[in-house]
Design a protein around this ligand. Sequence first.
Ligand code: 5FU
Length: 265
Amino acid sequence: NPRLHVSLEERRSSCKHPIASRLFDLMMAKKSNLCVAADLPSLDEVITLAESIGPKIVVLKIHVDILEDFSLTKIRQLKEVARAHEFLIMEDRKFADIANTVQQQFHGGVYRISEWADLITAHPLPGPEMITHMFGDSSSDSRRTCGCVLILEMSTKNALTNEDYAKEAAKWGLIASDIVTGFVGQSAPNSDFPGWIQFTPGVNSSSASGDSKGQQYCSPAKAVLERGADIIIVGRGLINSQDVVATAETYRTEGWAALTQRITN
Ligand code: 5FU
């Protein structure tokens, strides 16, 4: 797979979405391919975490619907932290409905995700129309300010996202590469488009092979070198650690070393 060995500069130059280019810039500037899954119960805690580990990460991933104190004011505070420390905010909403519904979920309701998310996840399950319509027409602002990340494969045991599913979805994800900036997956789909970005969750340096609820883990090095991850997504391996800053530095160093090793090999 040629994407895996192309330099980040070159991959940046083939991006068709400003958020993808920005992410490559951040990776190179911060020498980091670390995304932290900040699955904490409140935005106050997410903001505190982001203030401390912000310099070490390129993406902060949240689930807006688990935050008990959500408000647009607090989200704007988090945006300020993201601006100061230069990282992107990914909302892992995993949309999976008809376009007419997803449009309302993305732009409306209490969360107004399109106003603040730099990256948004979506399942390809409903088909390509969902993606092309969720952002509105080509004049819509959110088309440029928010990149879609397709969930091609899940990290859980017995996931239904098999090879055929991932392959089919990758095909039309690539066709819409002005909207789809990357994908979540456990392996690298065959494609010669170096501009899109692989996010791999289920990364944890502990000896645990997973949690007790179906999640499966691998190390940062394995995620990058064997599975094709460009960005490693680390949740409990970091947020439950005693010293989150030191742990973030360890994951950053390991993830980045693996990525540079893969590119130069
Ligand atoms: F699409 C996926 C997936 O396949 N597996 C995941 O684990 C997303 N995730 C997310 O990554 C999940 O919702 C959590 O937010 C995070 C993993 O957290 P952990 O604490 O590292 O297991």
